[in-house]
Design a protein around this ligand. Structure first.
Ligand code: GRF
Length: 209
């Protein structure tokens, strides 16, 4: 059974979606870099062990990442799921978990890497927006995309409505991708990412229109 750790910094609605999905893998632990993150309450309610590792208590990024790495090893983790984890990870940490670490980003990557994605979509006047689940690599928001949730931007949308609408999609696609990894439907191999035994050319798309 795939042992999953979820890394969080905030509300943890994606963590909740993963908990509620009854995955065939097991969420063995939740790590937060913020002691006040509501995600920790969600984990405790679900009976999942938690670890607070405060980045501020370490002299640099590598020292912080080393402690997280050790915690993940102690839990025997197979898959690391970033769910609103607001720290950039060191190259060494990313390398150690390459092919075993996922992130969800609130845009249709490769568009709008980084922050403030909803505002940037509105500024540009895009018609399509959404979210992307991808493997984590050293370059920010640039690892192979596995799934995307798409929606149409309405004339009445603002940053808040877009954020809410994208969140709804996130809660569908993230548990789905994690389940595909747990079940072997998606596999990270030396030859590349396989989806249902075939090389994955494009992310699987989920449309909300
Ligand atoms: C999500 O919007 C996700 O795309 C981004 O961080 C947010 C986390 O939300 N990476 P939550 O804490 O899961 O509610």
């Amino acid at each position: 059974m795939t042992k999953i750790a979820v890394l969080v910094s905030g509300s943890g609605s994606n963590l909740q979606a993963l908990i509620d999905a009854n995955l065939s893998g097991q969420i063995v632990g939740v790590i937060s870099n913020k002691p006040e993150a509501y995600a920790l309450e969600r984990a405790k309610k679900a009976g999942i062990q938690t670890a607070v590792i405060e980045h501020k208590q370490y002299p640099n990024r590598e020292a912080f990442d080393d402690v997280m790495h050790q915690q993940l090893l102690d839990w025997n983790v197979d898959l690391v799921v970033l769910a609103g984890f607001m720290r950039i990870l060191s190259a060494k940490f990313v390398k150690a978990w390459e092919g075993k670490m996922l992130n969800i980003h609130p845009s249709l990557l490769p568009n709008y890497k980084g922050m403030h994605t909803h505002q940037r979509v509105l500024n540009t006047g895009d018609v399509l927006h959404g979210c992307t689940v991808h493997y984590v690599t050293a370059e920010l928001d640039a690892g192979q995309a596995l799934a995307q949730g798409l929606l149409k931007v309405n004339v009445h949308d603002d940053v808040n409505t877009l954020a809410d609408r994208v969140h709804v999609l996130e809660h569908v696609i993230y548990p789905q991708v994690v389940e595909w990894i747990c079940s072997g439907t998606i596999r990270h191999t030396e030859q590349g990412v396989l989806y249902r035994g075939q090389a994955m050319q494009e992310p699987v798309q989920f449309c909300k229109f």
